[in-house]
Design a protein around this ligand. Structure first.
Ligand code: FAD
Length: 480
């Protein structure tokens, strides 16, 4: 895949001048320009692709971000925003002629209002740190990507991130109330506020999930929720992926919504058990983690109804976590799943398609067939309740043929997701990874309308320009 657009020779030739300008805009200590230090920013959670940027700026205030963007706009310099760099779709991959703006020093919690249940934080605060800041008062921030220890709320906004508990609470877009953003022209704009339903157009909706292409987010106001009284997880083991998929479809179809409904197949169960020692059923072909929460009575009632549905599918076993420790181990296995697969394969591609849950049995069956056709192992670990598939295709990046096969296999899975009525990405974003597949889902007219939105915010296409849209297609330069 051609990953990068041609670097601008005019920018590369003025590298020294540009670094000086960045230092004037953000301060000498905020700018990194030596090759060794720049290498730390050359990739993200899709390490098959690497590119050293021209420079990195680490601002601490919204005003510094504004000054840097205004300077870059005036000098025609491309910019790549970056949080923790955990993007699995290459969203934070630098360009050779671009300045990376890293938000990690903007890591302050600015305000917490328990009466109105909102918290305002800088964009570089990690997802888990928000819950950490309000947990003492019995509150939490709901969207919980598995990378929550590292990933930052600004990155979560850019990717509209989800997580295991988003089945009940909704994804990032459903939990954001206000944003401070800086446009490529260096304008500081406040959107929404500390309450639901801001007046006017849904600008929060446009910005959330915009993959760093429209503006840089510097401050975020999120909804915080009362922590539940308690939660219990149940493990259900099945003899095949298809039967487990059918059980998921039946649970969702019944209207009894657990707080989380996660799926793992045999390779995933074995890899995660070796890592977490959670008592996962090693004889099973597939396993569901079903979690409910609420008072003891609510948990009992929900678990009884869910168990009755699951029993219709002849589970090999159905086990309730007996203790809080056991529940924690079950989640440790699931949340550490990507790392656990990393222990058994040199590399993997994590796909991120979405399908209607009723299609799960058929799609899982077809992925199994494709795995045999391509000769590449797959582990399926995913947010089953949302129909958000994460097939992890195992390959060896040092073997070009293996990598090409893995990419082709991944593309076929995503095409299948679209063909059954789903879409290319549930939570990891398009980035560079799915950029060239966008025409599978969108017509030329659809893509053109989306480009017009980008052009309205960033007429010169300087902000994260090589992502989301297929390369080579001319940007629509007039504003929408
Ligand atoms: C082990 C692992 C598990 C994961 N599990 C999940 C999961 O369960 N659910 C899920 O949704 N994702 C998951 N991810 C993917 C990733 O963590 C999310 O996409 C996350 O939101 C990225 O945040 P980040 O701070 O690392 O952003 P980065 O990776 O640095 O950037 C991601 C994108 O956001 C843009 N961006 C970053 N900060 C800003 C900003 N302040 N303003 C504007 N644009 C910005 C970047 O340009 C880029 O396009 C996982 C990743 C890993 C490695």
């Amino acid at each position: 895949m051609t990953v990068q657009p041609e670097p601008k020779a005019s920018v590369l030739a003025r590298c020294g001048q540009i670094v000086t300008g960045l230092r004037e805009a953000a301060g000498v200590g905020a700018v990194i320009a030596d090759l060794v230090s720049l290498r730390a920013y050359e990739t993200d959670g899709l390490p098959a692709y690497r590119q050293t940027p021209l420079a990195v700026v680490l601002p601490e205030t919204t005003e510094q971000v504004a000054a840097v963007l205004a300077f870059c706009q005036a000098n025609g310099v491309r910019v790549v925003p970056r949080g923790a760099g955990t993007s699995l779709s290459g969203g934070a991959l630098p360009l050779a002629d671009a300045v990376v703006i890293g938000l990690m020093r903007m890591n302050r919690v600015l305000a917490i209002d328990y009466a109105d249940r909102v918290a305002t934080v800088q964009a570089g605060v990690t997802n888990l740190a928000i819950s950490g800041a309000v947990g003492g008062e019995g509150f939490f921030y709901a969207p919980d990507p598995s990378s929550q220890l590292a990933c930052m709320i600004g990155g979560n906004i850019a990717m509209n991130s989800g997580g295991a508990h988003c089945l009940k609470y909704g994804v990032t877009a459903n939990n954001v109330l206000g944003l401070t953003i800086v446009t490529m022209a260096g304008e500081i704009v406040t959107l929404g506020g500390a309450h639901l339903d801001a007046a006017g157009y849904d600008w929060l909706g446009i910005l959330t999930g915009s993959e760093g292409q429209l503006a840089i987010v510097t401050e975020v106001t999120v909804r915080i929720l009362r922590s539940p009284e308690g939660a219990r997880a149940m493990l259900a083991a099945f003899a095949s992926n298809e039967v487990a998929g059918a059980a998921v479809a039946a649970i969702i179809g019944s209207g009894v919504i657990p707080v989380a409904l996660e799926f793992m197949d045999r390779p995933a169960i074995h890899a995660c058990e070796a890592f977490a020692h959670a008592g996962y059923p090693l004889d099973a072909e597939a396993m569901l983690i079903v979690e409910v929460e609420g008072s003891e009575a609510e948990q009992d009632a929900l678990l009884a109804r869910l168990a009755a549905i699951i029993r219709r599918f002849d589970p090999l076993s159905l086990r309730l976590a007996a203790t809080a420790e056991e529940s924690a181990a079950i989640w440790k296995g699931r949340k550490g799943a990507f790392g656990a697969i990393g222990r058994i394969s040199p590399d993997y591609l994590c796909m991120d398609g979405v399908i209607p849950t009723s299609e799960l049995p058929a799609v899982l069956g077809r992925i199994g067939e494709m795995s045999r056709e391509y000769g590449l192992a797959v582990a399926n670990i995913f947010h089953a309740g949302d129909g958000n598939l994460h097939p992890l295709i195992m390959f060896d990046a040092n073997d070009a043929a293996s990598m090409a096969k893995a990419e082709e296999f991944g593309a076929e899975i995503l095409k299948l997701c679209v063909a059954v009525g789903g879409c290319l990405t549930g939570e990891h974003g398009v980035g560079i990874e799915k950029r060239d597949l966008m025409p599978v889902q969108f017509s030329a007219d659809d893509l053109d309308q989306q480009r017009r939105i980008k052009s309205a915010f960033d007429p010169d296409w300087l902000l994260n320009p090589s992502k989301v849209f297929p390369l080579g297609a001319p940007p629509v330069l007039e504003a929408a």
